[in-house]
Design a protein around this ligand. Structure first.
Ligand code: GSH
Length: 228
């Protein structure tokens, strides 16, 4: 059975949504990043980047959330736009845009606002600006069309859901007002039974809740070394 290595964070949750949407059987294996389980030799053999999610499907090992979404869509033939170069090109562009822009900038915005030991106004301003700019690009797209690619719900919408539903945490509650179409998509996806099952999954395993020194050491390795 397909093994899904996960935590309750945004990137693993979009894959949980995808697995549920596709009706695939899978074994969910919790990896507690606050207890440093992502750095064990066993997990590093699956994902050398020491991050969640990853899957093992027979002899295929796939890490990086959007790569997994594409792998699963190609495996099942589900939630991909119709055939044709135009839609295929759009799918790849938006999938990479979410992976390389939306996720990292939103992640850094949260880091510098909430977790950095010093509040650095320059860093907070840069990442808040970039996170909002990226969400703004999604908003403009969704103002023109119901779903991100073509005219049907697909894996790019799942990738967007993973991050956009955290806008109140990442940017602040008031930012929903700036992104009404993004909110429309998030609400629609969150109301799907697969999203409810994905959210329920993380309640089945106990993840460490405290963000104490052990958790900081596990997730912020740079705190212990000076490289610059
Ligand atoms: N590009 C990767 C990023 C994965 C990632 O950053 N995962 C976070 C959770 S959203 C994680 O595992 N964090 C634990 C850590 O940084 O130690 C992907 O899309 O899967």
């Amino acid at each position: 059975m397909l093994k899904f290595y996960y935590s309750g964070a945004p990137n693993p949750m979009k894959v949980a949504l995808c697995l549920e949407e596709m009706g695939l059987q899978y074994e969910a294996i919790p990896v507690d990043t606050r207890k440093s389980e992502q750095h064990t030799p066993g997990y590093l053999a699956i994902n050398p980047n020491a991050k969640l999610p990853a899957i093992v499907d027979g002899d295929a090992v796939v890490f990086d959330s959007n790569a997994i979404l594409l792998y699963l869509a190609e495996k099942t033939g589900k939630f991909l736009p119709g055939k044709g170069d135009k839609l295929r090109g759009e799918l790849l562009s938006w999938l990479m845009f979410v992976a390389s822009g939306v996720g990292p900038f939103a992640g850094q915005a949260v880091h510098f606002r909430a977790y950095a030991p010093e509040k650095i106004p320059y860093a907070i301003n840069r990442y808040m600006y970039e996170a909002q700019r990226h969400f703004g690009i999604l908003e403009a797209r969704l103002a023109k069309q119901k779903y991100m690619v073509g005219d049907a719900y697909g894996i790019v919408d799942m990738a967007v859901w993973g991050w956009a539903r955290l806008i109140p945490n990442a940017l602040g509650e008031e930012f929903w007002a700036k992104f009404p179409n993004l909110k429309r998509l998030v609400d629609e996806v969150s109301a799907r039974p697969a999203a409810a099952r994905a959210n329920e999954l993380r309640t089945k395993h106990k993840f460490k809740a405290e963000f104490d020194d052990e958790a900081k050491r596990a997730m912020f390795k740079h705190l212990e070394v000076q490289v610059a």
